[in-house]
Design a binder for this molecule. Structure first.
Ligand code: GRF
Length: 190
């Protein structure tokens, strides 16, 4: 059984997709902990509703430390290690993950990106693909490293951009693709 630590920053729809896949027997895994960098993130409520340990770790809590970023990432590492997770999944987590976590889980940190990497990296991928007028965009699941949206690609799925798409309709189609792809990729891990 895969033991997962999930990092979120907001809505947590991809966390919910993992919760649902486990409940439906499509993913043989257990979510040991959900950690949000944002207090009040809706994904925390999703975790609590599913009976999953949900923790907020605010980067600003470490503002007075000599090296705030190091202390923040080390706090994440300590929680993840104490929960004895095998894999860390960045599901809508909008920060760069520090080497403190990456080195503690070498090649076992997964990131989800709403574009076909290496195209449209960064935090505005859907908007940029829409603005670029590409006929096809997509979703990528990859091993995370110390750079944004970099690292070995595990899977990608194409998502067509339709002529009558608005940004909202495209975004909805991309999230739908994410909610299918991420649990499918997690199911291949061991
Ligand atoms: C998703 O598109 C994810 O790929 C990106 O943040 C968005 C929100 O994800 N990183 P979620 O609803 O919080 O899972």
């Amino acid at each position: 059984m895969l033991k997962l630590g999930i990092l979120i920053s907001g809505n947590g729809s991809n966390l919910q997709a993992i919760i649902d896949a486990i409940a439906a027997g499509r993913l043989d895994a257990r979510i040991e902990v959900v950690i949000s960098n944002k207090p009040g993130a809706y994904g925390l409520q999703r975790a609590e509703a599913a009976g999953i340990k949900a923790i907020t770790v605010k980067p600003s809590s470490f503002a007075d430390a000599a090296d705030p970023t190091h202390c923040y990432n080390d706090a994440l590492r300590q929680i993840l290690e104490s929960c004895e997770v095998d894999w860390v999944v960045m599901a809508g987590y909008m920060k760069l993950l520090g080497s403190e976590v990456l080195d503690a889980f070498p090649d076992h940190v997964i990131n989800l990106h709403p574009a076909l990497l290496p195209s449209f990296p960064g935090a505005h991928a859907i908007e940029e693909a829409f603005a670029a007028g590409v006929p096809v965009t997509g979703v990528t699941v990859h091993i995370a490293n110390e750079r944004f949206d970099d690292g070995p690609i595990l899977a990608r799925v194409e998502v067509p951009v339709l002529s009558d798409d608005t940004l909202d309709t495209l975004e909805a189609r991309i999230h739908e693709a994410e909610h299918k792809l991420l649990p499918q990729v997690l199911a291949t891990l061991h």
